[in-house]
Write a protein that binds this ligand. Structure first.
Ligand SMILES: *Cc1c(COP(=O)(O)O)cnc(C)c1O
Length: 357
């Protein structure tokens, strides 16, 4: 299958080879070294400050979103959540479950957040902001600098879920003043799903240390203590952490995060240039390089997904809920080439010929 979804995506041969190996015992110096290198490379690729730490949780991206909400915030906080789609909405659900007070900013579907939209929340005692910097359900990429400046001026903790944006869009932790950056193994890292990663700056680390732990498995105090020696409190997804190591090392050898981002940007631009005469509308403003959200004007988005899956061996990414019939997404990450884009375009033209598009 040719996979243009938003994760899991196609892994490269190197990562696949690691996936085919025996999973080693992990309470060893050898595995600690792998983990310490993973931490160093993660910090490097988001340009984290020296004192920042990275932890690797076994669980998908949502596990890290929940860990951050549970470990950093309490009922004394007042958070601002950007709820512009299903991932933003997930942060509001997590705040509800853990009884963290919040207000949600709800940009229209597919729309960015502007300075005007933030203005009413100034000087109101907010203590933190939660954002999915690329709202993967709609494809919108919010401006991290705008949000970071706002948080800095308002003295708020700035939490970025960059799960689908890390390595697809530029993100500099120090430049934008982020306190937390979250990502996961199955998006642009293009490994198997099952690991999520949290990079924590000094302010965030202090919060973890002073707050009371309310969870065993997602306790960041415990994770950070173990991470000092390259270990985890419980048996992690060792095989995936080794895949991540192969991938991070390869990215480093290829020139670092900027080279990977440039590759994905080129892949997105190639695709966007090739669909100009197909009956699709691009539905979002300020798109991430990670994916293109499309509204087919002549057919059901979900039917196109099914046709491509069942008759062409191609996965595009369907949308859920009330966007199911109107929007599908094409991801630009994983082991893809522009020749793969050509294959997808050919299939879409074939659907058009058959009157299905
Ligand atoms: C994929 C994704 C997640 C995490 O989803 P999981 O299924 O838990 O891995 C969270 N936020 C964003 C923005 C995502 O794209």
């Amino acid at each position: 299958m040719l996979n243009f979804t938003v994760g899991p995506v196609m892994a490269d041969d190197e990562v696949l080879a690691v996936g085919g190996e025996q999973v080693p015992y992990f309470r060893t110096q050898e595995f600690s070294n792998v983990m310490l290198e993973n931490e160093a490379l993660m910090k490097e690729f988001v340009n984290a400050p020296y004192e920042a730490k990275a932890v690797f949780l076994t669980g998908s991206g949502t596990a890290s979103m929940e860990a951050v909400v549970m470990n950093l915030f309490t009922e004394k906080d007042k958070l601002l959540v950007i709820d512009g789609g299903s991932f933003g909405h997930r942060f509001t659900q997590l705040c509800d479950i853990h009884k963290i007070p919040y207000e949600a900013i709800k940009p229209e579907r597919g729309c960015a957040v502007s300075a005007e939209m933030l203005a009413p929340y100034r000087g109101k005692g907010f203590t933190g902001l939660l954002v999915n910097i690329h709202e993967t359900s709609t494809g919108v990429h919010y401006d991290p600098q705008l949000l970071g400046d706002f948080c800095c001026e308002e003295n708020m903790l700035f939490v970025i879920d960059a799960i689908s944006s890390f390595l697809a869009d530029p993100l500099d932790m120090q430049e934008v003043g982020a306190d937390v950056i979250i990502t996961g193994s199955q998006k642009v890292l293009a490994c198997a799903p099952g690991i999520s990663i949290i990079v924590l700056g000094e302010k965030a680390l202090k919060r973890v240390q002073t707050n009371e732990s309310k969870t065993m498995y997602l306790d960041l105090k415990d994770a950070l203590k173990n991470a000092e020696r390259g270990q985890t409190p419980f048996t992690p997804a060792v095989g995936i952490l080794r895949q991540i190591n192969a991938r991070l090392r390869r990215i480093k050898l290829n020139g670092g995060a900027s080279t990977e981002i440039a590759k994905i940007k080129a892949q997105a631009e190639d695709f966007r240039s090739k669909i100009k005469d197909l009956p699709f509308e691009i539905v979002s403003e300020s798109m991430s390089n990670a994916l293109t959200p499309l509204h087919p004007t002549t057919a059901s988005a979900y039917d196109i997904f099914l046709e491509l899956k069942d008759h062409y061996g191609i996965w595009i990414c369907p949308n859920g809920g009330d966007m199911k019939e109107t929007i599908f997404r094409v991801g630009h990450f994983g082991a893809q080439t522009t020749a793969h884009n050509d294959t997808l375009i050919l299939a879409l033209r074939d659907l058009q010929k058959k009157g299905l598009l």
